[in-house]
Design a protein around this ligand. Structure first.
Ligand code: KIV
Length: 264
C-alpha cells in the first residue's frame, strides 16, 4: 500500500471522517500504529521528556528529530509522517526554518510541525511556497512553557480565545494545512474548528476537532508520573499494544474519545 498523502487526509476531512494521529519515536511503534489504522505518525519533540528524560522538550535538537524520523519512516509504509521542528530551530528567520525543515523532509517526513501564532506566518509562507507542508500547534505550546508559566490550559479568557482564533486564521492564510490544538476549553476547540477550512487535531481540545492526537507513551500508559486530563489509558482495555492503538482509532473515529472527563 502507498503512503498516505496530504490529499488523502483532505479527503477524510471533507468526508468528516475523524483523523487519527499518534506521537511515536521508533520503527516498532510505527509499524504497530499504522497496522492498527492510525492515519498520522507524528514524531514529536515530546521525546525530550519521554525518551531522553528531560523535564521539557527544549533540549531536543534537529539531529535528534532526524534520527527518530528516519526510524519511524523505516518502520512504516502507509502512515502520513509529520516531524516536529524543535525549539530554536525555526524562530530566527524563515531561512533558518527552511534549513531545519529540509533536514526533516530529507529524513522522510511528509510535513513539519511548528509552534506559535501569527508571528510564525512569514516562516509558514516561506516553507509552503518552497514545497514543505506545515502543521501548526496552538494553545498549550510546550516549547514556550517558561513564558506560559508552566504546562497550563490556554484560551480560557475571552481575549485569549479570540487571539487563538485570529492566530489560526492568519496561519491558514499563510498556507498552513493543519493545526494541533493543545489543552484549550472544548468550546474553543469547537469554535476554532468551525472557523477554519483546514483540519484541527485536538489533544485536550474537545471532541469537535477534526481529529485527535495522543502520545503513544500516554495511551499505552508507559510514561510515569502525573497524567494530563486529556490522557486515556487504552492499554487498560486493549491489553496489548496493537489492541490499544486499534481502540484509540476506533473510539476517535466513532467520536467517543475524548469523553467529557478528558475535556477542559
Ligand atoms: O511533541 C508532541 O508529542 C506533540 C503532541 C502533543 C502533538 O507536540
Amino acid at each position: 500500500m502507498m503512503r498516505m498523502t496530504l490529499k488523502d487526509l483532505a479527503k477524510k476531512f471533507d468526508a468528516k471522517e475523524k483523523i487519527t494521529m499518534v506521537t511515536i519515536y521508533d520503527a516498532s511503534f510505527a509499524t504497530a500504529a499504522e497496522q492498527a489504522g492510525v492515519d498520522i505518525l507524528f514524531i514529536g519533540d515530546s521525546l525530550g521528556m519521554t525518551v531522553q528524560g528531560h523535564d521539557s522538550p527544549l533540549p531536543v535538537t534537529v539531529d535528534d528529530m532526524v534520527y527518530h524520523t528516519r526510524a519511524v519512516v523505516r518502520g512504516s509504509k502507509q502512515g502520513f509522517v509529520i516531524s516536529d521542528l524543535p525549539f530554536g530551530a525555526y524562530h530566527e528567520s524563515p531561512a533558518q526554518a527552511f534549513h531545519s525543515a529540509a533536514q526533516l523532509m530529507r529524513a522522510g517526513a511528509n510535513m513539519v510541525k511548528l509552534e506559535g501564532g501569527a508571528v510564525m506566518a512569514e516562516a509558514v509562507e516561506f516553507l509552503v511556497k518552497r514545497g514543505i507542508p506545515v502543521c501548526g500547534h496552538l494553545g498549550l505550546t510546550p516549547q514556550s512553557y517558561n513564558a506560559l508559566g508552566g504546562f497550563r490550559v490556554q484560551g480560557k479568557s475571552d481575549e485569549g480565545a479570540q487571539q487563538l482564533i485570529s492566530d489560526a486564521k492568519t496561519l491558514q492564510s499563510a498556507g498552513m494545512s493543519m493545526v494541533v490544538l493543545e489543552a484549550v476549553p472544548a468550546t474553543l476547540g469547537k469554535q476554532v474548528t468551525e472557523s477554519l477550512t483546514m483540519p484541527t487535531i485536538g489533544i485536550g481540545a474537545g471532541p469537535d476537532c477534526s481529529g485527535q492526537v495522543l502520545l503513544a507513551y500516554d495511551l499505552l500508559d508507559i510514561f510515569p508520573g502525573k497524567k494530563a486530563k486529556f490522557v486515556k489509558n487504552f492499554m487498560a482495555t486493549g491489553g496489548n499494544v496493537s489492541a490499544a492503538f486499534a481502540n484509540f482509532v476506533k473510539e476517535v473515529k466513532a467520536g467517543t474519545f475524548p469523553g467529557p472527563e478528558h475535556c477542559y
